[in-house]
Design a protein around this ligand. Structure first.
Ligand code: DGY
Length: 331
């Protein structure tokens, strides 16, 4: 880094110790040691003084906040893959560069997607609760008890075949699922061949034909409620839906109704429309066993968080060295 003065970097949440140590060495870093979520007023003060803002998915970096930024704020280096919490158009209008932590969350999020598919179809949470919530009540194996749905030989329909969707497809193939996908663009012929994947230009047609729907596209204005009430109703009553992307891609109220009416067999969710609030109707369905709910932990691995911190640091250093940061996101 050639800049003489260390950039003033405001970090909104507690990060892994190793990342914070490095941030302190390299920058004039303002950390959040006790991880108390920053208030709107604190963020407003920060954008008036910091050179770099490092938010996470829990911060709303909207137009009104960006409009208040002082001329010194040059970079928003988000500690996240998704950037739907940042108004990137407002940032661009103000000449503020935005970066994310693309690539390093791919494998962990794909793992969690498979974990949810397995958990819903093989009733993992329900089985575990039988032993933990009512100890001693299990009276042994039975041929007809706790039967789930087989995964091998079924069809998965991946909505969004970017990095994470492709990583899900690789794992799903190893589990004996046939791969179907819908994406704005077709993936390369080599990738299609490797995955033996079928491309569906029509999302509607794919939804009607698969056993597992996996949501892996980003949240953008174009994907808001992409899985609308009408589209969800096309799914088969034996099929399940898994979402490790963002809650607002699915019309949550419509999905809940279809689950309650047994028009969809199950759901595995890591993300919610009004996160961190979780619709009590979903909680009820989870207690009944057809739904598995996780608290947005798709990318939550020790290694992943350190990799994300490294990415943020690289983006900041590259930017202040006068180069284009590797994970710049454009409106
Ligand atoms: C991200 O970074 O976008 C993830 O959703 C956080 O796990």
């Amino acid at each position: 880094m050639t800049a003489k003065k260390k950039p003033k970097v405001y970090i909104t949440r507690k990060l892994p110790d190793a990342v914070e140590t490095r941030m302190r060495e390299l920058f004039e870093a303002e950390l959040n040691i006790d991880d108390t979520p920053r208030s709107r007023d604190e963020l407003l003060a920060a954008v008036k003084t910091a050179d770099v803002l490092v938010p996470t998915v829990t911060d709303r970096i909207d137009e009104s906040l960006i409009d208040e930024a002082g001329p010194q704020l040059k970079l928003i280096a988000s500690f996240s893959n998704g950037f739907d919490h940042i108004d990137i158009e407002a940032a661009a209008r103000k000449g503020i560069t935005v970066t994310n932590t693309a690539n390093v969350l791919t494998e962990d999020t794909a793992d969690m997607t498979l974990a949810l598919i397995l958990a819903v179809n093989r009733r993992l949470a329900e089985g575990s609760r039988i032993l933990t919530d009512k100890p001693g009540e299990w009276d042994g194996w039975s041929p007809t008890w706790m039967l789930g749905r087989r995964i091998w030989g079924k069809r998965i329909g991946i909505v969004g075949m970017g990095r994470i969707g492709t990583a899900v497809a690789r794992r799903a193939k190893a589990f004996g699922l046939s791969i179907h996908y819908h994406n704005r663009k077709r993936v390369s012929p080599q990738t299609e061949e490797e995955l033996e994947a079928t491309y569906w230009d029509s999302l509607d047609q794919m939804l009607a034909r698969v056993d597992i729907v996996s949501v892996n596209c980003p949240s953008t204005p174009a994907t808001f409620h992409l899985l609308s009430a009408r589209r969800l109703a096309l799914m088969q009553p034996t099929s399940i839906i898994v979402n490790t992307a963002r809650g607002d891609i699915i019309d949550e109220a419509a999905m809940i109704q279809l689950l309650r009416d047994h028009k969809i067999a199950g759901a595995g969710l890591d993300v919610y429309q009004n996160e961190p609030a979780v619709n009590p109707k979903l909680v009820k369905l989870a207690k009944e066993g057809r739904v598995v709910l996780l608290p947005h932990m798709g990318s939550a691995t020790i290694e992943g968080r350190i990799d994300m911190g490294d990415k943020v640091i690289i983006n900041i250093r590259t930017f202040f060295d006068g180069h284009r940061p590797p994970n710049r996101v454009l409106p």
